[in-house]
Ligand binder design. Structure first.
Ligand SMILES: C[S@@+](CC[C@H](N)C(=O)[O-])C[C@H]1O[C@@H](n2cnc3c(N)ncnc32)[C@H](O)[C@@H]1O
Length: 233
């Protein structure tokens, strides 16, 4: 069932579906069991330091927005056990898939939030993140919907507030219009610089890249991914 679009605070930047097919018993059970452990409660103020959000001892915290089914998020959390990962995904079926995988292989350096990422960004303390990943955000190709794109002047200001100086904002997309849109927004924002010297820098995947479900679909359909890295000045 699609959730009606409301211009409320909780849907400032979320216009997608919250539910897909009915959940089968195993993902539903994993979701019910996993949320109390992994889900963030934004009604409490963020802990000081933020790294104490995680049962594991971590040195810094990164964020992935719109993790889909969570393949990349889990992969990174496994690769970097001394980093805490926050993942945001309002689509329940994606979240349930992640919870099912976490039931099999728990991770103590990962927490999730299941609503609009702008709410989490506004909750986070200033300069608290070592990185933000936004991979294959909904492209909203029609001009009248461009204002729904997650990359915007307002959201880049949110990123700039929470990122530490030198931290990376990484972006991937298969949609040329969204890539140009993002580059134009970054060019207009003095807080970020694009780290690209050669075409290989945007054609080659990020270090250790496992791919994502959406990317595999794009590749099957003949669209080429572009990978952009921006540094918080
Ligand atoms: C095209 S999918 C890509 C998913 C995943 N990154 C991948 O590559 O497979 C975009 C995802 O962003 C999520 N999303 C859209 N708006 C969002 C928002 N405001 N906050 C957090 N996630 C959002 C959607 O629910 C959707 O799962």
């Amino acid at each position: 069932m699609a959730t009606a679009i409301r211009r409320t605070r909780s849907t400032e930047a979320f216009f997608g579906r919250r539910h897909g097919k009915s959940l089968r018993p195993a993902p539903l059970a994993a979701l019910e069991a996993g949320l109390p452990r992994y889900r963030l409660d934004l009604t409490c103020p963020p802990p000081e330091p933020l790294s104490t959000l995680f049962p594991a001892e971590v040195d810094n915290v990164r964020l992935e927005i719109g993790f889909g089914a969570g393949e990349h998020l889990r992969h990174e959390a496994g690769r970097f056990p001394r980093t805490g990962f926050l993942g945001v995904e309002p689509f329940v079926n994606g979240l349930a898939k992640l919870m099912l995988d976490l039931k099999r292989e728990p991770l103590s350096n990962l927490r999730v939030y299941d609503d609009d990422a702008t709410r989490l960004l506004d909750w986070l303390p200033e300069t608290s993140l070592a990185g933000i990943d936004l991979f294959y955000p909904d492209p909203w190709p029609k001009k009248k919907h461009w204002k729904r794109r997650f990359v915007s002047a307002v959201n880049l200001a949110r990123f700039a507030r929470v990122l530490k100086p030198g931290a990376l904002f990484r972006f991937a997309s298969d949609i040329d219009g969204y890539i140009n849109w993002t580059l134009l927004h970054i060019r207009a924002n003095p807080d970020f610089e694009w780290l690209a010297g050669h075409p290989i820098d945007w054609r080659e995947p990020f270090d250790g890249w496992p791919g994502t479900r959406y990317e595999r679909k794009a590749l099957r359909e003949g669209r080429k991914p572009t990978y952009l890295s921006f540094r918080r000045r």
